[in-house]
Design a protein around this ligand. Structure first.
Ligand code: P1T
Length: 389
């Protein structure tokens, strides 16, 4: 088992912030302890020029405000802006740039983010280069404005050195955005390492109950915030108040859930590593991961995410999925339930085949989101399914 003490210290006051920050009952006339759900799309004005705080729900809503402020604080940021999905957040970030700007994107990212970047960049005159961690600096051009990386990456679990990339970016007056979805603010806070912008698909761990699609961008830079806030209002990629209410409820248990995801995924990872039908496990919390030391330098723990190569090909992967009972074959991740999927045919099927080959997203690469079930039951399920392969 990885030694928790080797990681960065756990963020102080995380659970207290998630439970109380911006949620003081005294701000509501009713003194409600739980932030009341405000469904109204519009708000009465005193006169045409004056209103109390809210005007129209696309521009602002009490439930969204509470959530945005609380999420920003959890990531050690000042400003949070929520979007109706993680991809909505990425769309907004791309819209901060203009014709002729160049964007560098980490080579391994979620399939639809990859497709979004390729399509939007080519349609709107943005230049795009995908680069491995070692090649980021050499990919920089005079017109480069943004470096975007996922860390951890989906699905091959690579770690980007956030501090070094931030230094490279800033030396060249470039912004660094980090999609930190796989690790969560409980375990990783990229702004502390110099990132300008953090992005999460809230649909994953932050909500954690597989019933809300949402995204967030977090920054300490007022200029970036103002641009994103403007884009939120005019592009209208906003989450519904009820979804904000649900996520505000979910984050109260984020710390508890993440601790258990870490424990369960390490046990599952260690079991898989020893299994003769498994070729290789990719789990940043295990010493076998090539970037385990780097991962521990920039995070305080790992989530429930791991990938592994089964011995064999598509036929073996299918047999494995067919025999699972507790694990569900489905896209997405980060919920209380354990999921497995085949990136080559599911989450990353939209990535061109040659790019998938380079990234080693093959038909025997299985991605697993280890949930909160009893570990013995998860391992029993895996043992049985691997026997059938
Ligand atoms: O699904 P959405 O809320 O739009 O989030 C997109 C997204 C962004 N970033 C990362 C790292 C992601 O993994 C995702 C969504 N990923 C899946 C649905 C998946 O199965 O990998």
């Amino acid at each position: 088992m990885a030694d928790q003490n080797e990681y960065l210290p756990q963020p102080q006051g995380f659970a207290t912030t998630a439970i109380h920050a911006f949620q003081d009952p005294e701000q509501w006339d009713s003194m409600a302890v739980v932030t009341p759900m405000v469904a109204s799309t519009t708000f009465k004005h005193y006169d045409p020029e004056n209103f109390k705080k809210y005007e129209y729900s696309r521009c602002g809503n009490p439930n969204r405000d509470v959530l945005e402020n609380c999420l920003a604080t959890l990531d050690n940021g000042k400003y949070g802006v929520c979007w109706s999905s993680g991809l909505g957040a990425a769309t907004a970030v791309l819209n901060m740039f203009t014709v002729g700007d160049h964007i560098i994107c980490g080579d391994d990212i979620y399939g639809s983010t990859n497709m979004l970047f390729r399509q939007v960049c080519s349609q709107f005159g943005l230049e795009l280069t995908f680069a491995e961690a070692n090649n980021i600096e050499s990919a920089i051009k005079t017109n480069t404005k943004l470096i975007w990386v996922e860390s951890l990456t989906n699905p091959t679990m690579k770690v980007f050195d956030i501090k070094s990339i931030a230094e490279i970016a800033h030396k060249n007056k470039i912004l660094l955005a980090v999609d930190s979805t796989f690790v969560t603010p409980y375990f990783q806070r990229p702004l502390n390492f110099g990132a300008d912008l953090v992005i999460h698909s809230i649909s994953k761990y932050i909500n954690g109950h597989t019933d809300v699609i949402m995204g967030v961008t977090i920054t300490n830079n007022e200029g970036i915030y103002k641009k994103l806030k403007f884009l939120q209002t005019v592009m209208g990629i906003v989450p519904a108040p009820f979804d904000c209410y649900q996520v505000t409820r979910s984050i109260k248990t984020l710390a508890l859930r993440m601790k258990q995801h870490m424990k369960n995924s390490l046990e599952v990872g260690q079991f898989l590593e020893k299994h003769p039908k498994v070729e290789k496990v990719l789990h940043p919390g295990l010493p076998s991961h090539p970037q385990h030391e780097l991962f521990k330098k920039q995070s305080s723990g790992c989530s429930g995410m791991l990938s592994f190569y089964l011995k064999g090909g598509l036929a073996e992967s299918k047999k494995f999925f067919d025999s699972l009972e507790t694990f569900t074959l489905a896209g997405s991740l980060g919920g209380y339930e354990s999921l497995v999927e085949l990136p080559s045919l599911m989450s990353h099927d939209c990535i061109p085949e040659d790019q998938r080959r380079v990234l080693k997203i093959t038909d025997n690469l299985v991605r697993m989101s280890v949930g909160l079930e009893d570990t013995e039951d998860l391992i029993k399920d895996l043992k049985k399914a691997l026997e059938k392969v």
